[in-house]
Ligand binder design. Structure first.
Ligand code: FMN
Length: 183
């Protein structure tokens, strides 16, 4: 039997030593996996060891692997952390390293920061417009003050659960619809 489920990548936007994004990504994946409605996987930018765009001849295997991974996905959930009121340099670099592999797909955002990462998330929405990624409305925002202990241990409030599921509902609906455009 063929697996007709959509493939959704949960993209960790930070790569710094000591980052909290894996905890947030695993939490989202745990909620998503319980739904059994799509194939969800964590996609860690750090695994691809992307160079800084334009500083090499662009033949690194990680660049090819990054594009292949994105091409295999129908939609995305970006785990976004706020750095100086925007997204991380690592995420911007990774976004810049692909074009067609992003096009005509849908994405949701789960963000965190002192104001829920809202400013970073809004910057990402602007970038997604250019990459032809349809960003859904529902957007869980996590507080560094109340959803983390000492800014390092993730202890999410229960109130975020509904938001995550509603965001995933919207990502799946649009990912399925946009898949028909790419076929
Ligand atoms: C360079 C830098 C800039 C930051 N700027 C902001 C900011 O503008 N607003 C904010 O809410 N948090 C800011 N923070 C705090 C981060 O959101 C927080 O450290 C978060 O845990 C980073 O995500 P990560 O642990 O996954 O890397 C900043 C952190 C760093 C390292």
């Amino acid at each position: 039997m063929t697996n007709s489920k959509l493939n959704i990548g949960i993209i960790l936007g930070s790569t710094r030593e000591g980052r909290v994004s894996p905890q947030v990504g695993e939490w989202v994946k745990g909620i998503a996996d319980k739904r059994v409605d799509a194939n969800y996987e964590i996609v860690d930018i750090a695994d691809y060891q992307l160079p800084f765009l334009g500083t090499t001849d662009g033949t690194e295997s990680g660049i090819v692997a990054w594009n292949e991974k994105l091409s295999s996905l129908d939609g995305f959930v970006f785990i976004v952390q706020e750095y100086n009121h925007s997204i991380t340099g690592a995420l911007k670099n990774a976004l810049d390293f692909a074009r067609e592999a992003w096009n005509n797909k849908a994405a949701g955002i789960v963000s965190y920061g002192s104001t829920g990462g809202a400013r970073a998330a809004e910057h990402l929405r602007g970038i997604m417009g250019e990459l032809m990624i349809a960003d859904v409305r529902v957007h869980p925002t996590l507080s560094l003050f109340t959803d983390f202990e000492n800014y390092t241990t993730f202890i999410p409030s229960d109130l975020h659960l509904n938001n995550v599921n509603e965001m995933l509902d919207q990502v799946l609906a649009w990912s399925g619809a946009l898949k028909t455009l790419r076929e």
